[in-house]
Ligand binder design. Structure first.
Ligand code: 13P
Ligand code: ZN
Length: 271
């Protein structure tokens, strides 16, 4: 059995959480990540027959029975993950009943997975039905994205247009736009279901006055989506309250989308 601390997925969880903390996206215990791992790869590091303990999830994830995820712990600080991966992360497998998580590694202080597990697993189910290679769900609280939701209506077209209009790359990176949820109580099955519903149409879902969800085949893809939204939100807010003399016009947005051959959401433009 290989040492799990040398596993590429564990190293990448450490590097990513540290990076997100450094960017200010994850104050205190803010944010959470789940990564669907390859079972054979995990088997190189862990005895898959050894379940440390079981933890009820409180919702049905039948579509993910037998699947193994590495997930950030609830109440854990991203800044501490690298120094103590086993205390701040856990590796769980969805049990045969679909509603229990089997702990295979981690959460060493008796803790458990993020309170946002419903949004994560429900989003994994939806995204994998669209793209079977999707593996990452990432949630965080980036400054400018949150601030944007104070000053722009909580509306997909309105927020997407602002993000597209102020930075040329936006429509190339997220041509489908961003999904938006109104303010809701977090950590519930309800917000999980609402997030997953949006994930049918979007790889990014903004939670008004809370944060953002991104997904992807890789950590880079999920991270890059959120990073691009955050950058565009920053550009908008840096210039907000000043006369906005230039924005990318709808015709220009369409021209960029055509040049990069991306299937953008046509109803978000007035052409
Ligand atoms: P957890 O500490 O349970 O992951 O919650 C953090 C968070 O961002 C809630 O939305
Ligand atoms: Zn949050």
């Amino acid at each position: 059995m290989k040492d799990i601390l040398t596993a590429p997925f564990l190293k990448e969880m450490c590097a990513t959480t540290a990076n997100m903390y450094r960017l200010g996206w994850d104050e205190r215990n803010g944010g959470n990540i789940s990564w669907l791992l390859d079972t054979d790869e995990v088997g190189e590091y862990l005895d898959l027959n050894h379940v440390i303990r079981t933890i009820p999830t409180g919702f049905d994830a039948t579509a993910l029975i037998g699947r193994i995820f590495i997930v950030t712990g609830t109440g854990k600080y991203f800044k501490n993950v690298t120094d103590d991966p086993a205390g701040n992360l856990g590796i769980i497998r969805i049990a045969q009943d679909g509603t229990t998580a089997e702990l295979l590694w981690g959460y060493t202080d008796g803790g458990q997975f993020t309170s946002e597990l419903p949004a994560h697993l429900m989003s994994h189910i939806v995204r994998r039905s669209i793209d079977p290679d999707n593996r990452i769900i990432m949630h965080c609280h980036p400054d400018y994205t949150l601030a944007l939701t104070q000053v722009v209506p909580a509306d997909e077209r309105a927020i997407t247009r602002v993000l597209w209009q102020v930075m040329t790359e936006s429509i190339v990176v997220f041509p489908e736009g961003v999904g938006v949820l109104p303010w809701m109580v977090c950590g519930t099955n309800e917000i999980g279901e609402a997030t997953a519903e949006k994930m049918k149409d979007y790889r990014l879902v903004v939670w008004t006055l809370h944060g953002i969800y991104g997904c992807g085949k890789t950590m880079d893809e999920a991270f890059g989506l959120i990073e691009t939204v955050e950058k565009a939100a920053k550009m908008y807010l840096l210039a907000a309250a000043k006369p906005q003399l230039n924005v990318i016009t709808d015709a220009q947005l369409a021209a960029v989308a055509e040049r990069f051959n991306v299937n953008y959401r046509k109803e978000f433009l007035d052409l």
